[in-house]
Design a protein around this ligand. Structure first.
Ligand SMILES: Nc1ncnc2c1ncn2[C@@H]1O[C@H](COP(=O)(O)OP(=O)(O)OP(=O)(O)O)[C@@H](O)[C@H]1O
Ligand SMILES: [Mg+2]
Length: 325
């Protein structure tokens, strides 16, 4: 087995592509390769390796690397925490809906921490196959061995499995979650001839950006109707100000100005902008300001330039920035 520490891995079979996030608190991890087509791992905040050696046996603490070690900062926006807890109590699969950068991933991290459950995150993409989720046989020096995919691992061992941007996956891939997300709560590993009955702690969570998908790229009704859904939006002014100040260390006064700029940009959605300025972008701008970058330059770099190339729209957004800074 070879160890590869670069941030992106693409193996022989480009169809076998899935980004699996990170066991928490680890740096860039080793990735084990095998002769058979295997998986593509993309680093995000921290990175994981579920293609590692053998799948840990139940009870061996193999999911410990996926536990959220510290309480993630979550500023409650409405009753989302209580609703999620109730949904988890009955193991209802949950769909988190909302625009990019509004807190979906942070929320699921927080809930996994609060419930004390490991969290396995999979960044979905259109090259992902059912085998990337379920598992496959790998060939190595010792011969052939079965490698659970992240979904099988979560179901077998009792983690929360978060399929990020699930709509990016092809529908024939998405249907593998069906038997896990109805009363059967099981996952057939067809190639292995095994049926995994989901661990009682297992829950499936998916994220979904409404409006970003074309007709060709949407979830089937038979998939949607297996989930409860929580809507996420950008928080109201005071709450978003608090979040931006907390996350970046900027003063509440500066944070409030940034939120005002975002609110103006959000009004331009559908009038020249595909999407408004997200909470994430505000935190970027605020972090630059905290580092001493002049506010005007920070806003141009973190808020305006990324979201539009249209000169008129850039002027309009720059004008909004100069109104406040
Ligand atoms: N209610 C909140 N409490 C704490 N932090 C928040 C909240 N809402 C948003 N944030 C902040 O916004 C950032 C971006 O949110 P996050 O990455 O969860 O977005 P997302 O909805 O998952 O976006 P994407 O669809 O692009 O993946 C977080 O890292 C966090 O700092
Ligand atoms: Mg996310």
């Amino acid at each position: 087995m070879r160890t590869n520490t670069s941030r992106h891995y693409r193996q022989a079979d480009p169809r076998a592509a899935v980004g699996v996030s990170p066991p928490f608190g680890q740096g860039v991890p080793p990735v084990h390769t095998a002769a058979a087509p295997t998986t593509t791992f993309q680093a995000s905040r921290i990175v994981s390796d579920v293609s590692g050696p053998a799948t840990p046996a139940p009870g061996t603490g193999g999911l410990d690397a996926y536990r959220v070690p510290r309480e993630p900062y979550w500023r409650p926006v409405a009753d989302e925490v209580a609703l999620y807890e109730a949904a988890y109590a009955v193991r209802m699969p949950i769909m988190l809906k909302g625009p990019t950068g509004c807190g979906k991933t942070r929320f699921v991290e927080y809930m996994a921490w609060k419930l004390g459950k490991p969290l396995i995150t999979v960044a979905c993409n259109e090259d992902m196959t059912a085998s990337d989720l379920v598992g496959r046989f790998l060939l190595d020096a010792q011969g052939t061995r079965w490698q659970d995919g992240p979904l099988a691992m979560a179901a077998r061992l009792g983690a929360i499995c978060y399929l990020d941007e699930v709509v990016e996956a092809r529908q024939d891939t998405t249907v593998v979650i069906h038997p896990l997300t109805d009363a059967r709560r099981m996952l057939p590993l067809e190639k292995k001839g095994e049926v995994v009955n989901a661990h009682p702690d297992f829950q499936l969570v998916i994220s979904y950006n409404p409006g970003y998908q074309s007709l060709m790229k949407d979830l089937k009704q038979s998939t949607k109707q297996r989930f409860g859904a929580l809507d996420f939006h950008y928080p109201v002014h005071e709450v978003e100000t608090e979040i931006v100040a907390h996350e970046s260390g900027v003063t509440a006064e500066v944070a409030a100005k940034l939120v005002h700029i975002a609110e103006r940009a959000r009004n331009l959605k559908g009038h020249g902008l595909d999407e408004g300025i997200s909470t994430r972008m505000l935190i970027h701008a605020a972090s630059l300001i905290v580092r001493g970058v002049p506010a005007l330059g920070a806003c141009r770099m973190a808020l305006v330039r990324p979201i539009t190339d249209d000169p008129d729209m850039r002027d309009a957004l720059d004008a909004a920035v100069t109104t406040y800074f």
